[in-house]
Ligand binder design. Structure first.
Ligand code: UDP
Length: 237
């Protein structure tokens, strides 16, 4: 497998073509952004930590029968993935209220959501990723009814696996964002799962250990990501 030219540069990751049309290299950079790209910084070691974090989680999900684009780690900051035709929506599952749902509905942060709730957002920074519903998705052709059903089902299966995994490490999985894409007719989990795209609190103290540390200038961002990973059994050194 030969890594070739960069074909896409996102806010935190870049995608490279390879000599195999089915395989891409996902390169994790240290760039960190929030508020639709308005706050941007380079955080030392973030690319490596998130790449290793994502590999660990995708392997756990794979063992539980949830298929993703992840193939294998190539280096500290590169992973080999299957090429997906991405669906341009973000799937958010919430176990506890935090972030935008608190602002939208005047809910107190930390309120338990029982059952966990699910939201779709359109992936569009210029429009500030507006919340959308199933009808918008179908009417505008962003995904089919069958893909909507599959995205919801997979998002909740991820919750069953990860909520328990985090709980066993004394951590609360507050919420997370997933993205999906099509690969040879099958819906696969794409993008990444790392503390950049989820909220994780210490179960006892409720200390924030995710990207809210960056958003809210709480400091020790990557140290916290590494602590979460270490508690889950990841090795960073
Ligand atoms: N999220 C994300 N990318 C986005 C928007 C949200 O990864 O473009 C994640 C975010 O980190 C959190 C969850 O999705 O874990 C729910 O985010 P929320 O809607 O509360 O938005 P925010 O508070 O970040 O504006």
């Amino acid at each position: 497998m030969e890594k070739r030219e960069e074909i896409y540069k996102g806010k935190a990751k870049s995608v490279f073509r390879t000599d195999d049309p089915d395989l891409f290299v996902m390169h994790y950079r240290n760039d960190t952004s929030a508020f639709d790209g308005k706050k941007v910084e380079k955080l030392t070691d973030k690319g490596r930590v998130n790449n290793l974090f994502n590999a660990f989680i995708m392997e756990k999900l794979g063992t539980a029968g949830i298929r993703s684009h992840f193939v294998r780690l190539l280096s500290d900051t590169d992973s080999l993935v299957h090429r997906l035709d991405m669906i341009p929506v973000e799937c958010v599952v919430r176990n506890l209220a935090a972030g935008s749902i608190c602002r939208r509905y005047a809910v107190i942060e930390g309120t338990e959501l029982n059952p966990p709730t699910f939201e779709f957002f359109l992936k569009n920074d210029a429009l500030h990723d507006p919340m959308i519903n199933d009808y918008h998705i179908i009417s505008f052709g962003w995904a089919t009814a069958a893909q909507i059903v599959a995205m919801k089902e997979l998002s909740f299966r991820v919750n069953a696996v990860l909520k328990q995994l985090f709980a066993d490490a004394g951590l609360l999985l507050v919420d997370y964002k997933l993205e999906f894409g099509m690969h040879k007719g099958e819906l696969l989990l794409g993008d990444e799962f790392s503390p950049d795209g989820c909220r994780i609190w210490d179960a006892t103290t409720r200390k924030k250990m995710d990207k809210d540390r960056f958003r809210q200038d709480l400091g020790s961002v990557i140290e916290s990501y590494k602590e979460v990973g270490a508690r889950l059994g990841m090795k960073f050194d």
